[in-house]
Design a protein around this ligand. Sequence first.
Ligand SMILES: Nc1ncnc2c1ncn2[C@@H]1O[C@H](COP(=O)(O)OP(=O)(O)O)[C@@H](O)[C@H]1O
Ligand SMILES: [Mg+2]
Length: 265
Amino acid sequence: MLKLSDIHITFNAGTATEVRALRGISLDIAEGEFVTVIGSNGAGKSTLLSTVVGTAKPDTGSIHLAGNDVTNWPAARRASLVGRVFQEPRLGTCSSLSIEENLALAAARGKKRGLGLALGKRGQKKLFAEHLEKLGLGLEHRMATPIGALSGGQRQAVSLLMATLLPMKILVLDEHTAALDPSAAHKVLTLSAEIAGESRLTTLMVTHSMKDALAYGSRTLMMNAGQIVLDIAGEERSKLKVSDLLERFGRAAGTEIDDDQLMLT
Ligand SMILES: Nc1ncnc2c1ncn2[C@@H]1O[C@H](COP(=O)(O)OP(=O)(O)O)[C@@H](O)[C@H]1O
Ligand SMILES: [Mg+2]
């Protein structure tokens, strides 16, 4: 479903601020797989997701997505294949527009596939209400409320819906619960797993929590200094505890991990 082959990205090449953000990333993710990604600050996690979304262009290497070589596709062209939710709730939604209007914008993404045309306004509203009801937050009764009036957690839940409203292939979540309080984060993570499971979406989720990295999904990647240093799934992963993960990180990266950089719980 998603295949990255030997991706390299260097920012500010040849200058004093040169950063080798990705140093030879190869990765094969099967359809329906839910992959969690951890790593210290600056490890290259967001850059990795940006190469999938199309907002970062590899210097070398190739990206295949759903049977297409998308290496040279700009982000807009990949929009029908990729849904993304950002860390910051404000980024994914338009504050001054209502919940319904935000969902309508998401539904209109890529004109040809616009839901509005097919369903009509009333049909579309009914569909939005059904989706919102599934979130279990009562937002189906508040469809005229401006998104800006919602809590961060409610907003991220709507962002998730917006990202997955149209048929797509891969859901990309970049620390999308990091700005939320623990209970809202838990709710949004649960919803993410439900939505991904229901539609059998291939999912890449960066998290700052080692515990969540093991609790959600079926495979975990650990990144360090632009490389994947650990890639575990199946039985090996199911037996793993946070303390083991930390120890494995130290071994794979050849350094002691700074406790401040990763949440251990
Ligand atoms: N647009 C950019 N320009 C220059 N440097 C960047 C840019 N984006 C990321 N970097 C650098 O690349 C490295 C990896 O960043 P990032 O992928 O955001 O790490 P992570 O998400 O794991 O914290 C960091 O050193 C970061 O400062
Ligand atoms: Mg990041």
